[in-house]
Design a protein around this ligand. Structure first.
Ligand SMILES: [Zn+2]
Length: 106
């Protein structure tokens, strides 16, 4: 994934409305590209402020936006890892099922 692709999809990437492979590429890219990481933080901060205003939560006090961004990225990473584990669990369960069926039918 290059910088232009990150810029075009920031909203989808931060909301995880794209596939896990794309999200993983995004996470890897922003780890090494300071410019895109700054853009992602700015976009996230702006969207958080807009959502606060929409929900009339502006009076709730100031948020540490850097910390909120770090939490969002951590949640996205956890989401991708959980999905990978789920896929592997299904594969392992399928293999065990095949072995059990082979033993029973033999
Ligand atoms: Zn970049």
């Amino acid at each position: 994934m290059n910088c232009l692709e990150v810029q075009k999809q920031l909203d989808q990437l931060l909301d995880v409305t794209v596939d896990d492979a794309t999200v993983t590429e995004f996470l890897n890219h922003i780890e090494t590209c300071e410019s895109c990481q700054d853009d992602a933080k700015s976009y996230f901060t702006l969207m958080t402020i807009v959502r606060q205003l929409d929900n009339d939560m502006g009076k709730a006090g100031l948020i540490d936006y850097d910390k909120a961004y770090d939490n969002r990225i951590r949640l996205i990473r956890d989401h991708v890892i959980r999905n990978k584990l789920r896929k592997w669990n299904k594969r392992i369960a399928f293999c065990i099922l095949i072995v059990v069926l082979a033993v029973i039918l033999w």
